[in-house]
Write a protein that binds this ligand. Structure first.
Ligand code: CA2
Length: 137
């Protein structure tokens, strides 16, 4: 089972600022614990702040991987292009968010990912990624 975790803009800052919303752990620390918890899953991780790089990665893995766990960050709420890329690939995508976007500002209630995703998980902190992973097993 080959799964990619794909993180979008500013998620490289996790654990360094805004701990009340996003927690204290860096993504690398969480990713290490996830790999240990699921040793039989081939997990890959890619983070990028550039919309086109996220789209390139979706195209690159989207015909061979078994699943993609995507936190597109703020692009979730703006990017028709990432939504179209998900529509164009074969690998199922689960949209995840660390925070409960529906309990936050109105603009975060919109998602260009959700209509093309297998499902959406939001509001469980970094555990949202583990729940998304479970959904593929
Ligand atoms: O809750 C999530 O996972 C979000 O995708 C995070 C995005 C936000 O724009 C979405 O509405 C919800 C923001 C990621 C920024 O992460 C930071 C982490 C630490 C410090 C600053 C930003």
């Amino acid at each position: 089972m080959k799964i990619l975790i794909l993180n979008g803009p500013n998620l490289n800052l996790l654990g360094r600022r805004e701990p009340s919303i996003y927690g204290n752990l860096t993504f690398d620390e969480f990713y290490d614990s996830l790999k240990k918890k699921y040793p039989t899953v081939t997990l890959d991780y890619f983070q990028n702040n550039v919309e086109g790089e996220i789209i390139n990665k979706l195209h690159e893995v989207g015909f061979s991987y078994d699943g993609i766990i995507l936190n597109a960050g703020a692009y979730t709420h703006t990017s028709v292009a990432i939504g179209d890329a998900i529509k164009g690939i074969k690998t199922p995508v689960v949209e995840v968010h660390i925070s409960n976007v529906h309990a936050r500002e109105e603009f975060r209630h919109i998602s260009y990912i959700a209509p093309n995703a297998k499902g959406v998980i939001a509001g469980f902190g970094l555990q949202s990624y583990a729940l998304a992973l479970e959904s593929f097993l």
